[in-house]
Design a protein around this ligand. Sequence first.
Ligand code: GLN
Length: 301
Amino acid sequence: MDMRRDPAPFSAIERQPSRAEAIAQVAAYLSDSGVEAAQAQDDARALLRAAAGLSRLELAMSPQAPITDDEADRLSRLAARRAAREPVSRILGERGFWTLDLVVSPQVLDPRPDTETLVETVLALLDKRDAPLSILDLGAGSGAIACALLSELPAAHAVAVDLSPYACAATAENLARCGFTDRAVVVRGRWAESLAGPFDVIVSNPPYVRAGDIPTLDPEVRLYDPALALDGGRDGLDCYREIVADVARLLKSDGLVAFEVGSDQAVSVASLLGAKGFAIARVGRDAGGHERVVAARPAQP
Ligand code: GLN
């Protein structure tokens, strides 16, 4: 699908614009294309940096330097893709998550700041960060959760599972990029179907969007995140039902399970867990104040 248009964002200016001027022009162009204004600024800056090969520091030090014709050409092409609502992470093929720089391939869910709430919640509930914990990440996608947890838990090891072979490849690539290959294995499979436990920590950000809501999502999500990673069935809860059924078999009696959930699903997911003998340990909120994570432990007899 070629969504490129010719925006010609620099044609109004006779001399070459400075970096700062180019950012302002691209931001205005993106916001005219429907990208929210503050986001358009951030995105324009990221695209200029990519087009000109600049670090954050280099841009901050000399915002008034003029951009070259080549840089302007590249920026114009990148800006046209963003104006067609392709996310910056997909245009650049990478994204910062937690403290890590991860590869984002077209076939995986773009890891989001919401998912950092899951990482934070798990870390906050663990007694000892240097213990040799076993972690299971179900539906690993880019591998963001597994990588972030391994980065904070130096003696932990992880099993990352995904149904999509492309996601398995992305997970493996990110684990390698972060230097965690010797502490992780990637398994292709449907949730925990083929696995035996027990694990200390089970985490998942499964597809949780109600099937009927998918056409109403922002174009960045609807057009660019894989449907397999979004579609949670009629009520959005199908995957939780499937996973929770297996968690009791796979989790240690003092283990921890934590799910990312849709912004109105915490109560439903908590009750699915409650019905299988888990006690809610914490509900974590995302930066927007939504209940985004449900963490639970096996209820003590
Ligand atoms: N965060 C995605 C959204 O924008 C959904 C991700 C998921 O289904 N796990 O709705």
